[in-house]
Ligand binder design. Sequence first.
Ligand SMILES: [Zn+2]
Length: 345
Amino acid sequence: MVKTTATNNYSLIFLILLLQKYHLKFCLILLSFLMLCFEKAYCWGFYGHSKINYCAVFLLPPEMMILYKPNIQYLTEHATDPDKRRYAVEAEAPRHYIDLDFYGERSVDSLPRNWSKAVDAFTLDSLNRHGIVPWHIQLMLTRLTEAFKQNNYSSIMKNSAEIGHYIADAHVPLHTTSNYNGQKTNQNGIHGFWESRVPELLAENEFNFFIGKASFIKDPTSYIWKVIKESNQAIDSVLYFEKALTNEIAEPFKFSFENRNGKIIKQYSSNFTKRYSLKLNGMIERRMRQSILTIASFWYTAWVNAGQPDLQKLTAQHFNQQELLDFEVLNETWRKANSIIGREE
Ligand SMILES: [Zn+2]
C-alpha cells in the first residue's frame, strides 16, 4: 500500500458534510487527527502474507511438519521480511513483481526461463527495471534445496519464509503489470485494496482455507510461470469491476474512516469492499488458496530434491545471536524508514 499524507477530494467532501452536521470545533479537532493515509507497503498485506505462510505449514507431510510446526511463528512473522527489506535495499523491489506489459505483444510463454538467457536477451538493467519475480523464485528454490542438503536450520527457515513471500506476490494480478496501482486507469489505491483490504476484512470469516496437501512439482519453473500468466490474465477483471462498482456507488461512500492503532485512516468502505469481492466471484480467495498450495508444494519439492533429509535432528536448533540481531536491525530500519526504495507497490 502507498503512504500518502495528501487530503484528496473525497475526504474533503466528507469533512464538509461533517462541518455542516456537527460543531466546527469538533471537526477541527478531528481534522488534526486525520491521517489520510494508507500504511507501509506489504504486498499481500501483513495479514495476508502471514496467513498464507501459516496455512502452508499444515499442508506438509509429517516428515516436514516435525520441523515446520514448531517454527510456525517464525514462518508467519518473517513472511514480510522481503517487504521490510524494500525500505533498506535497492535491489529488493524488482524481486516482487514483473511488468509483463513491458514485453508488448511478445507472449509470456516466449520469455526466457533461464536467468542468464534473460539477461542476454534484455540486459540486467532492463530486467531489474521491469521486475524479476519468476526468476527470483527459481533462485530461492535453489537456495532452499541447498539448505536442506546441508541440514542448515537457519537457511531452511529463512528461505522458506521468504520464498513464501515471493510466491504469494506472484499470485497477485497487479504484481504482473506496470499499471500496478491503477495509476494509469485512474484507480489509484486498487493495489492495496485488492491484496490487503479485501483479505483483512473477509478472509478470517468468509474464506475457506481447507486446502489439500502439498505435492511434488516436477517442473517448478513452468509451474511458477503458469502462475504468473494466470495472475496476468486476471488483471482485466480486477480493474473492470472496481471501476464498475465505483460507478454504482456514490463517491463519498466508496471510502470510510477507521481508527487503526490510534490513527484515523482512510479505507475503502466495508460495503464497497464486500461488493467488490462478490463481483470478483471469489477471485481473491482463490488466489490466496493457490498461493498457500504453491508455497507448501515448493517447500516439499525442495525437500524431496534434496534427498528427503531427516528434519527431526534440526528440531532442537535455534537462530544464533547474530541472526537474531540481524532480524532486529531489519525491523528497526523498516520502522524508522520514511519511504520505500523503488516501486511503492
Ligand atoms: Zn512483496
